[in-house]
Design a protein around this ligand. Structure first.
Ligand code: NAD
Ligand code: ZN
Length: 250
């Protein structure tokens, strides 16, 4: 692993336009469980019963009571970890330009990244289904379920449910970012959810290096990514940032 950390640091220090694609794994060390794998949310909930738009439309109170209230509790408490902070540092150094995230937890912005494409929307905000008025999720009163807007409309998170479309604008911009970067850093994603997992493929086809950080192999490993640094995102990023810092001081 030490060799790969050094290699990643050298690659990043020499790059001019790095993009990152992040997934649920980058927030695991912030206490937010991923969807798949050990301890994943889908071990507890059936996605089709709770995370599909049809399920929400049929019975918003049920989805609020179970999935949304639990996510709200987790996300309200979560703070960026060393991986989010590392990506913010790379932006501060002018190395990283854009983060494309599948996450809805808002932790990249909290860490300081300014150009974050939230591929699947955000859980940090709720929107009234009748008048479109927005309010911060952390300020939503849970006394009434489902919570309602002043106008009486039901609130829904601004993230997309299964069965909903990725906002076209996010998709088009992500494809552009993926095709123009010189390194695509893929952190904590199982790379099985389309079309997000296609972004590293676009980068690779456009001539970029693809670097993965994940404790497990993914479908990108050995096919699309140039190398995988096997480990937890926070731990690995902290070490990479230290090395990039040393190279910058030379
Ligand atoms: P996923 O749940 O499918 O996969 C998680 C990946 O993270 C796995 O490859 C796993 O090996 C890896 N991982 C686990 N612990 C890690 C760690 N400490 N460091 C680095 N990697 C680690 O997640 P996904 O690929 O993002 O795709 C599924 C969907 O999950 C996305 O659409 C996203 O919207 C949603 N989601 C988001 C959050 C969040 O906002 N934090 C949480 C759960 C799910
Ligand atoms: Zn309203």
């Amino acid at each position: 692993m030490d060799d790969l950390i050094k290699r990643a640091a050298e690659d990043l220090a020499a790059a001019k336009n790095v993009a990152a694609l992040t997934g649920a794994g980058i927030s695991v060390e912030s206490g937010i469980p991923p969807f798949r794998g050990k301890g994943g949310i889908w071990e507890k909930f059936d996605p089709m019963e709770f995370a599909h738009i049809d399920a929400f439309m049929r019975d918003p109170a049920k989805v609020w009571n179970v999935l949304i209230s639990e996510m709200k509790e987790i996300v309200d408490r979560a703070k960026p970890n060393d991986a989010h902070k590392g990506l913010a540092k790379l932006e501060e150094w002018g190395i990283l330009k854009t983060v494309i995230t599948q996450n809805v937890d808002g932790l990249h912005q909290m860490a300081g990244n300014t150009d974050v494409i939230e591929f699947h929307g955000t859980f940090a905000w709720q929107k009234c289904m009748d008048c479109d008025k927005r309010c911060e999720t952390s300020k939503v009163e849970m006394t009434q379920i489902p919570p309602r807007c002043d106008c009486g409309g039901i609130l829904r998170p601004e993230c997309i449910f299964f069965g909903e479309m990725i906002p076209q604008l996010h998709l088009v911009r992500s494809q552009k970012v993926a095709s123009q970067c010189d390194i695509m850093l893929v952190v904590g994603t199982s790379a099985v959810v389309q079309p997000a997992s296609f972004m590293p493929v676009i980068s690779k086809q456009s001539g970029a290096k693809v670097i993965e950080i994940n404790p497990e192999k993914t479908p990108l490993t050995g096919t699309v990514s140039n190398y995988l640094i096997k480990g937890k995102a926070g731990h690995v990023m902290k070490r990479i940032i230290k090395e990039v810092g040393l190279l910058r001081d030379l």
